[in-house]
Every structure is written in C-alpha cells, then in structure tokens.
Design a protein around this ligand. Structure first.
Ligand SMILES: CC(C)(COP(=O)(O)OP(=O)(O)OC[C@H]1O[C@@H](n2cnc3c(N)ncnc32)[C@H](O)[C@@H]1OP(=O)(O)O)[C@@H](O)C(=O)NCCC(=O)NCCS
Length: 248
C-alpha cells in the first residue's frame, strides 16, 4: 500500500525535476510548471524512470522494462530501470541519451542530447559511470566504463571520457582531457602524464647515431663508402603529438 509519505516524497521529486528544467533550459524561462510537465521530453523520461526504478527496486517483474521501453519510444531517451538517479535531474532535448544499468547519478546533474553513460564490453558488475552532484555533460559526450566524474565537473560536447575526472574540472576532446581544474589551466612539470621521457628510446637513439658515426669514420679511413648504411630511421616509440591530458 502506497502511504501518504511516499506520495509526498514523489510529489516533491516531480516538483524538483520540473524546476530543474525551468532553471536550466533557457527555452523554459517564463514557461509555467504545468506546461513543462506536459511537454518537456526530458521531464517525461525522468518521471517514467522514477516509476520504473521504484517498481524495479520492489522486484516487480517485466513492468519496469515495459515502462522504460515506452518511455524510450516516446522520448528517444533510454534509461535502464536499475540506474540510480538523484533529484533535480534534467535532460535537455533528450533524443539519443542512453543510461546504462549500473550507472549512478547524483543530484542536480544536467545531460544534453546524445549522451551515453555506457559500458565498454561484456563485463558484469559495476560497468557504467558514476556521475557526482552538479555535473553537466554536453551533447554527444560518451562516458564509458566504471569511471567517476567528480562533482561540479563539465564534460564538453562530443567528448569521449574513459578515465576518472577530478571534481570541478572541465574535460574536452577524444580522449577526454582536463582543460580546467578549479577554474585554472593545469600546468607545471608534472601536469603532462602522457608525454613522459622514455629513457630506453633515448638510449637506442644514442647508440644508432654512434653506429652511424663509426661507419662514416671507417669509410673515411679507406673502407668502401657504399658499405656505409643510411642513417637508421627510428620508430617513434612515444607519442610526440596529441593533447596533453592535463591540457597545460
Ligand atoms: C566544455 C564546456 C562545458 C565549456 O566549459 P568552460 O569551463 O566554460 O570552458 P571554456 O569555454 O572556457 O573552454 C575551455 C577550453 O576547452 C575548449 N572547449 C570547450 N568546449 C569544447 C568541446 N566541446 N570540445 C573541444 N574543446 C572544447 C575551449 O576552446 C577552451 O580551450 P582553451 O583552453 O584552449 O581556450 C562547453 O564548451 C560545452 O561543450 N558545453 C556543452 C554544451 C552543449 O552540449 N550544448 C548543447 C545545447 S543543444
């Protein structure tokens, strides 16, 4: 039996989800809560999910997935009934959003269209991202695997994130890399952890140029110059280009 307290809590959640749309969608400024409730697909999707999730938690069979399926058909937003989503959640535009089974989303999170909170393969257990409070995820961003997006962070449109993101950061690109942490560009000698020195490659390079010098010296002392090989071409064993993951 659904008690008065449950109804009060659900009403509070609906109010907060509708208010989230009014506050965070510039197109909803000046639009009344009833209109947002009736028309905004992101609001429909989260309300349907809240019902599906409650039934899933109550171990009701089949119905949660049916609700999730209808909601997907209506809104283009696919949320697994098991996904845990905090209050004040808002999906703007919505179409193409996928939120996986073991995803966890904190309070006051905003998603734009085309966002995926997905897994990376056929692993079982926790395999989808955890998104902490007050995170904004831009359109088309893909967040893959059991990573954690720290509170207050922003993920740029079309970013692909496969590693944890520290709190209060802005992450952009593919692969996603922080370009702001606490409002500042990451900097300093330890900021770039991809383009590290490679002592083995440096040693091989040194030996190769010494062999070349020896061959030239031998040729000058009367050897056959045609036996002097060309300067060996060394493969680049560490990335010379590409974004600094710290963005410094
Ligand atoms: C990332 C984002 C949240 C901006 O965050 P911000 O903290 O204000 O960061 P800034 O605008 O100062 O940009 C920081 C840097 O990232 C770059 N950047 C911003 N967004 C980017 C993106 N999506 N992809 C690649 N680089 C991006 C900026 O050029 C800037 O580079 P710089 O350090 O060389 O100057 C924003 O650009 C974004 O992508 N928002 C999503 C919006 C969206 O999806 N809208 C859909 C509406 S329908």
């Amino acid at each position: 039996m659904v008690g008065f307290r449950t109804l009060k809590r659900v009403a509070g959640e609906i109010r907060r989800d509708v208010r989230a749309a009014q506050e965070r969608d510039p197109a909803a400024r000046g639009v009344g809560p009833a209109e947002v409730f009736a028309i905004w697909p992101g609001v429909h999707a989260i309300l349907a999910h809240r019902v599906a999730h409650a039934l899933y938690e109550a171990r009701v069979p089949v119905v949660p997935r049916v609700i999730a399926g209808f909601s997907r058909a209506l809104t283009g937003i696919e949320i697994h009934p098991a996904a845990c989503i905090g209050s004040g959640f808002f999906i703007d535009h919505g179409m193409g959003v996928v939120i996986g089974e073991t995803a966890k989303i904190g309070d006051d999170v905003t998603l734009y269209q085309g966002v995926t909170l997905g897994g990376t393969g056929f692993a079982t257990g926790k395999r989808h991202p955890t998104v902490e409070d007050n995170v904004t995820i831009g359109s088309g961003a893909k967040l893959l695997g059991p990573i954690t997006i720290g509170h207050g962070s922003k993920i740029g449109a079309n970013t692909v994130v496969i590693h944890d993101v520290p709190p209060n950061s802005t992450v952009v690109g593919n692969p996603g890399h922080p370009v702001r942490i606490d409002g500042r560009r990451p900097e300093g000698p330890d900021a770039d952890w991809v383009h590290l020195p490679d002592p083995v490659a440096d040693a091989i390079k040194g030996l190769a140029s010494r062999i070349g010098a020896l061959e030239r010296a031998l040729a000058e002392r009367g050897g056959d110059p045609s036996e002097v090989g060309p300067e060996p071409e060394l493969p680049q064993v560490r990335p010379a280009r590409g974004p600094n993951p710290a963005g410094g």
